[in-house]
Design a protein around this ligand. Structure first.
Ligand SMILES: NC(=O)c1ccc[n+]([C@@H]2O[C@H](COP(=O)([O-])OP(=O)(O)OC[C@H]3O[C@@H](n4cnc5c(N)ncnc54)[C@H](O)[C@@H]3O)[C@@H](O)[C@H]2O)c1
Length: 337
């Protein structure tokens, strides 16, 4: 299968490596980047072909496109692939704002093409087992869900203004998991944020730490937190508590938290440091799934509307934080009705 991958930065390098090892793709992979030398270096290393620009991805003839370029390029590239009738895998998000997201989804739906979005936690073994546990009824009625994403160290200051902020950039993954694991929709949110850490967050109007309380449509309460400043390591977890049992995703011998109890588990000797390490197998599995989707062997595991719903929750949280009030999801455009 000839796949054209656009954007050979951090995540693009990872995805290109996974595709070049895939038996269906292998040496047929074509990569490109706004910085052609970067694409060439990667192609040489992987035994792939470097295209001099995005145009060649479309004129050389590919079976599918993988978009791992900077967020600002996503909607235009998705639209271009849709008009060419090509299936697309795109890293989250579709766009940083709702109007751009809605327009792009409409373009894909009008073209009748495939858009698979990169919410890799849907392929993580821990989150998958949690989803199965909820659906099996083993936990009983869920009363509380706690979700968290803690980055070990902040991104460069230049990244912040185009990141969309902590809710859209980071917690969007937790919001996707809240919906996907529980099978419920969020009805309202109340969110707060803190910019008490490094000044670059204040200067770009962003926050370094966030907390949100969300109500699910069956009355379950969820709390979601995120920070860019978790010195102990990269900590991504979800706890689901029901009337019969309680489970935790992301609890293992690399979880960067130390127990203060004398008989508690020992502190991790090699705590997780970042997303590529923590979710490596999940990223690889989602790309393998995309190849199967393109071959017509399975349904799309995460289409544009799924990404839209996670973004709408992030939008509601951002509004709640700025206006210091609870925000019903019905206020946010793009819902089901
Ligand atoms: N799912 C996840 O967990 C996850 C993790 C990291 C990044 N991402 C997403 O992946 C995307 C890339 O993030 P990254 O961390 O790899 O960024 P990066 O800055 O490391 O790489 C982006 C690359 O895109 C290239 N680029 C920018 N505009 C382009 C264009 N118009 N055409 C071709 N190439 C272009 C840049 O030159 C750069 O090499 C972002 O949208 C980000 O939100 C998702």
């Amino acid at each position: 299968m000839r796949i054209g991958l656009i954007g050979t930065g951090r995540i693009g390098t990872f995805h290109a490596t996974a595709l070049s090892r895939h038996r269906e793709v292998g040496g047929s992979l074509i990569v490109t980047d706004a910085d052609p030398a970067r694409a060439r270096r990667l192609a040489d290393r992987l035994g792939a072909t470097a295209a001099p620009g995005v145009d060649q991805i479309f004129t050389w003839g590919v079976d599918a496109v993988v978009i791992t370029a900077a967020t600002s390029a996503h909607s235009e590239l998705i639209g271009r692939a849709a008009r060419a009738g090509l299936p697309v895998f795109c890293e989250k998000p579709i766009a940083l704002d709702l109007p751009g997201t809605l327009t792009t989804i409409a373009e894909v739906e009008d073209a009748g093409t495939i858009l698979q979005m990169g919410f890799q936690r849907r392929f993580d073994v821990g989150y998958t087992a949690a989803r199965e546990a909820v659906r099996s009824g083993r936990l009983g009625r869920l009363h509380t869900v706690r979700a968290m994403t803690s980055d070990q160290s902040p991104p460069p200051a230049a990244y912040l203004p185009q990141s969309g902020g902590l809710y859209r950039d980071t917690l969007v993954h937790d919001f996707d998991m809240l919906r996907w694991v529980t099978g419920r929709e969020i009805t309202d949110v109340y969110a707060m944020g803190s910019d008490a850490g490094p000044s670059m967050f204040r200067e770009s109007g962003d926050i370094d730490t966030a907390a949100a309380v969300l109500t699910l449509d069956d009355g379950t309460l969820a709390a979601a937190t995120a920070t860019r400043l978790n010195g102990a390591g990269y900590d991504v977890r979800m706890e689901l508590a029901g009337e019969l049992d309680q489970i935790g995703v992301g609890l293992d011998d690399r979880t960067p938290i130390a127990s203060t109890e004398p008989a508690g588990p020992p502190a991790a000797t090699k705590p997780w440091t970042g997303f590529l390490e923590r979710f490596g197998p999940a990223y690889e599995a989602e790309l393998h799934a995309f190849v199967e989707v393109v071959r017509g062997e399975r349904a799309n595991p995460c289409d544009g509307r799924e990404a839209l719903h996670a973004l709408r929750i992030a939008e509601a949280c951002e509004r709640s934080r700025r206006e210091r009030r609870a925000v019903p999801m019905g206020e946010i455009p793009g819902g089901r009705d």
